[in-house]
Write a protein that binds this ligand. Structure first.
Ligand SMILES: NC(=O)c1ccc[n+]([C@@H]2O[C@H](COP(=O)([O-])OP(=O)(O)OC[C@H]3O[C@@H](n4cnc5c(N)ncnc54)[C@H](OP(=O)(O)O)[C@@H]3O)[C@@H](O)[C@H]2O)c1
Length: 326
C-alpha cells in the first residue's frame, strides 16, 4: 500500500473508533444502569396504621426508605442525631407523599444516654411499633470512641442498635406481627469479631473496623431471630448494594472515587429497595434470621454463620451495655 493510502486508512480507523466508541458506550449505558440498579421491591403492601422507626433516616438509604414507607401510609419516626437535618428530610417527604405522619426524633447512637432517652420518649408517646429499621451507620472513621468509650464503628453500627432493639423489643412483641431489619453490608465478609481487642486499642484499621461492625450486624440478627422464634417478630439483615451516599464522607479518596464512578453505583432509592423489601414483602411474613441483597436471599460469610460467635457476641454486648437480655 502507498504510504499516503496507509496514513489515510490509519486515520480512518482512529476516527471510526473515536466516533463509534462513545456511541457504543451511550447505547450500553441503559443496560449497565439497569444491571447496577439491582433488585426492586415489587410489593404493593400498604402500611396504614403501622408505626415504623428508621435510624439515620435524614439522608441516603434511610431517607429513601422513609419516603417509600411514608408513601405506603405508615407513621414514620425519622430517628436521627441532627434534628435540623431530620426536619429538612421529613418536611420534604411530607410534602412529596402527602403523609403528615413523618416525625423527627433525636437519636445519637454514639451515646447510650441518648438511645435510652429516645426509647423512653417513644414508648411514652407511641402505643405500637411494627417495623424497626436499624439503618444508621458510619464508615472509615478516624480512630474515635463513643460517649461510652466504645470504638466508633462497633459503638454506632452494632452496640447502639443492639441497645435500641433491646429497649423497644417488648413494644414490637406487643404489636406483632412485627419486623426488625438490620442494614448490614457485603463488607461483613471481611469482618471478624476480635473479642481480644473489640475497641481496636491494640491495632486499628478504619476499613476493617467497619467490616467487623457489619459482621456484628449479621451475627446479632441471627441470634436475635433464634431467640424470637414463636413471637411473630422477625429479624433479617441485608446488603443494600454499593450506593452513592454520604457514607464515605470520612475518606477523601473514597469520596472522590464515589463521585468519579457514581454511574456504577446505586442511587439511594435503588439502595433502599432491599430494606423496603425486608420491611414489607408479604412473602417474608414468617422468614427470619436471613440475609438479603437485591431483594433476594444472599450468601453469608462462614463467620456470619457461626452460632457460637453469635452467642458470645450477644453476651459480651450485654456486658458492655450493662443490660440483661435473656
Ligand atoms: N452506601 C453504601 O454503599 C452502603 C453499602 C453497604 C451498606 N451500607 C449501609 O447502609 C446504611 C446507610 O448508609 P448510607 O449509605 O445511607 O450512608 P449515609 O448517607 O452516610 O447515612 C448514614 C446515616 O446514619 C446516620 N448516623 C451516623 N452516625 C450516627 C449516630 N451516631 N447516631 C445516629 N445516626 C447516625 C447519619 O446521620 P448524619 O447525616 O447526621 O451523619 C445518616 O443519617 C449504613 O448502615 C451502611 O453501613 C451502605
Amino acid at each position: 500500500m502507498e504510504p499516503a493510502a496507509a496514513t489515510l486508512t490509519c486515520w480512518g480507523a482512529v476516527l471510526g473508533t473515536a466516533v463509534s466508541l462513545p456511541l457504543l458506550l451511550l447505547a450500553a449505558a441503559p443496560y449497565v444502569r439497569r444491571y447496577v440498579a439491582g433488585g426492586q421491591c415489587k410489593s404493593t403492601a400498604k402500611l396504614d396504621g403501622k408505626v415504623v422507626i428508621i435510624t439515620g433516616a435524614n439522608t441516603g438509604i434511610g431517607k429513601e426508605t422513609a419516603r417509600d414507607l411514608a408513601r405506603r401510609g405508615a407513621r414514620v419516626i425519622v430517628a436521627c442525631r441532627d434534628i435540623a437535618k431530620g426536619e429538612a428530610a421529613a418536611s420534604a417527604i411530607r410534602a412529596e407523599t402527602g403523609n403528615q405522619q413523618v416525625i423527627v426524633k433525636k437519636l445519637d447512637l454514639a451515646d447510650t444516654k441518648s438511645i435510652r432517652e429516645f426509647a423512653e420518649n417513644f414508648l411514652a408517646e407511641e402505643k405500637e411499633l411494627h417495623i424497626l429499621i436499624n439503618n444508621a451507620g458510619v464508615m472509615l472513621c478516624p480512630y474515635s470512641k463513643t460517649a461510652d468509650g466504645f470504638e466508633m464503628h462497633l459503638g454506632v453500627n452494632h452496640l447502639g442498635h443492639f441497645l435500641l432493639t433491646f429497649l423497644l423489643l417488648e413494644r414490637l412483641k406487643q404489636s406483632a406481627p412485627a419486623r426488625i431489619v438490620n442494614v448490614s453490608s457485603l463488607a461483613h465478609h471481611g469482618g471478624r469479631i476480635r473479642f481480644h481487642d473489640l475497641h481496636g486499642e491494640k491495632s486499628y484499621n478504619c476499613g476493617l473496623a467497619y467490616c467487623h461492625s457489619k459482621l456484628a450486624n449479621v451475627l446479632f440478627t441471627r441470634e436475635l431471630a433464634r431467640r424470637l422464634q414463636g413471637t411473630k417478630v422477625t429479624a433479617n439483615s441485608l446488603h443494600p448494594g454499593s450506593v452513592y451516599s454520604e457514607l464515605v464522607r470520612h475518606s477523601f479518596v473514597m469520596t472522590w472515587l464515589w463521585k468519579m464512578f457514581s454511574f456504577f453505583l446505586k442511587t439511594p432509592w435503588e439502595g433502599a429497595q432491599t430494606s423496603v423489601y425486608c420491611a414489607v414483602a408479604e412473602e417474608l411474613d414468617s422468614v427470619t434470621g436471613q440475609y438479603f441483597s437485591d431483594c433476594q436471599p444472599a450468601y453469608v460469610s462462614p463467620w456470619g454463620r457461626d452460632d457460637e460467635t453469635a452467642k458470645k457476641l450477644w453476651s459480651v454486648s450485654c456486658e458492655l451495655l450493662g443490660i440483661q437480655w435473656d
